[in-house]
Design a protein around this ligand. Structure first.
Ligand SMILES: *Cc1c(COP(=O)(O)O)cnc(C)c1O
Ligand code: SF4
Length: 434
């Protein structure tokens, strides 16, 4: 029988590798986990983490909270409460105060992207770009394990759970009737692959009869965090048959795999899962952020994209860390990210150059940092929208003053004597209209 064990700060002592973790690290995990959600499972601890190399091991950094994710004063405060066994409600209250200061709702997601139908707000649905709609099933607001850098941390900490999710697919169906321009439905969470096959069917099956919908995406980290979802669970065969059914209905099914490090697709379990998914006719694409301490190295990205290509996965996006939560610990300056991206990209054959990035998902759209160059003696970042709130901005090149330390669009100023970026005027209007 398949054994699934999930570990949190409360039952950490039951982890078989507990004895290999220095006491100081245990205290760090318990302290930081009061603010940022922590959950890891037995597949990750047994197959992905190199216990002889903690805390440096990238998968350990990716799944276990790190001291520097909190600023020193906050760490001291929570550390004191944890070591003196303060009452739970005092700890929770202190953690809330810290959480609320960490920009829990970046890029205006809530205000700007939640659509209306007959003047009703459609919670759990986001429609930002003309062709695609995001759907957040309410049962998928968790993951098989939590990534320490996750920008969805407010959902997992109960800060936003109810506002974000939806369990009524008929609202989406009604909305799609009014919006035939939407071709692409993206299921996301959390991780939709935590749901049973029966639930996944409940959400996706009705979409197969809508002719204006051409593609269905499922965003998931299950290939890395729990590949048994596709190979050894009681309803693994059913999910694969359902994927086949989606494909034979004439829709394109894209599994958007979140893969941060090559090691995640080197295990035999992950390779089995990948092969089974591909045999259904679904296509796997990969996307993930570039983050300090996990994958801040061109060799890692090259190895990861190369391995993906070999396994039949299409490299799709490299993201930059969003401006939320423990960003200061994980962030990479734009200048370094574009250097890493371009170095790895240049080493790929054309088959690997389907990938785009490094990309910032911000209020006006997805902005790619393409290069650093000089125009009339001024050093600039070359930027481009690959997705935009106004479709006419897509693929437009624009420039920002070069800045060594800038790590997000908010840190940038227009270059070449411009007072503002070309989209800012219209963006303000979009804000006030929505
Ligand atoms: C990234 C994103 C999409 C999908 O963009 P693609 O470039 O088509 O992958 C859709 N909606 C939102 C809100 C997004 O952030
Ligand atoms: S799998 Fe995705 S949504 Fe889940 S914790 Fe990791 S980054 Fe967040």
């Amino acid at each position: 029988m398949l054994k699934y064990r999930s570990y949190t700060a409360d039952n950490l002592h039951t982890l078989p590798q507990y004895g290999e973790i220095p006491e100081e690290q245990i205290h760090i995990v318990k302290t930081v986990a009061t603010v940022y959600p922590f959950r890891v499972n037995s597949y990750v601890t047994e197959n992905l983490i190199d216990w002889s190399n903690i805390p440096e091991d990238p998968i350990f950094r990716l799944s276990f909270p790190q001291e520097e994710m909190l600023n020193p004063e906050d760490f001291q405060r929570m550390s004191g409460l944890v070591s003196t066994d303060a009452p739970q409600d005092i700890i929770r209250q202190a953690a809330r105060e810290i959480q609320l200061l960490q920009n829990p709702n970046p890029a205006g997601q809530m205000e700007l992207n939640t659509p209306l139908l007959d003047n009703e707000v459609l919670h759990g649905i986001q429609h930002k770009y003309r062709e695609s709609v995001l759907f957040f099933p309410s049962e998928a607001q968790v993951c098989h394990a939590y990534c320490t850098y996750c920008f969805r941390w407010p959902q997992f900490s109960g800060l936003e759970s109810l506002k974000f999710a939806n369990n009524d697919i008929t609202l989406l169906l009604d909305y799609l009737k009014e919006h035939p321009e939407v071709k692409d439905i993206i299921f996301t969470g959390g991780d939709p692959m935590v749901m049973s096959t029966a639930l996944i069917k409940k959400y996706i099956q009705p979409l197969l009869d809508i002719p204006t919908v051409k593609t269905i995406r499922i965003g998931t980290k299950a290939l890395s965090w729990w590949p048994y979802r596709f190979t050894a669970e009681h309803d693994s065969d059913e999910i694969l048959s359902f994927f086949e059914q989606i494909v034979s209905s004439g829709k394109h099914l894209a599994i958007m795999a979140h893969i941060s490090h090559p090691r995640e697709i080197e295990t035999s379990q992950a390779v089995d899962a990948i092969n089974r998914i591909r045999s259904t006719g679904a296509v796997i694409r990969s996307q993930s952020p570039i983050v300090r301490h996990v994958n801040d190295d061109a060799d890692i990205w090259e190895a990861m994209w190369q391995k993906q290509l070999q396994l039949g996965i299409i490299p799709y996006y490299m993201f930059l860390e969003r401006d939320t939560g423990p960003k200061q610990y994980f962030e990479i300056p734009l200048s370094e990210a574009v250097e890493i991206f371009n170095t790895a990209y240049q080493r790929m054959s054309g088959l690997g150059r389907t990938v785009r990035g490094p990309s910032m998902s911000c209020a006006p759209g997805k902005i790619i940092v393409q290069d650093i160059t000089e125009i009339h003696g001024e050093k600039v970042f070359v930027l481009k929208f690959t997705q935009s709130r106004n479709p006419e901005w897509t693929n437009k090149i624009f420039f920002a003053e070069y800045d060594d330390d800038a790590s997000w669009i908010d840190d940038l100023s227009p270059a070449l004597g411009h007072e503002e970026f070309f989209f800012e005027n219209e963006m303000e209007r979009l804000y006030t209209c929505s």
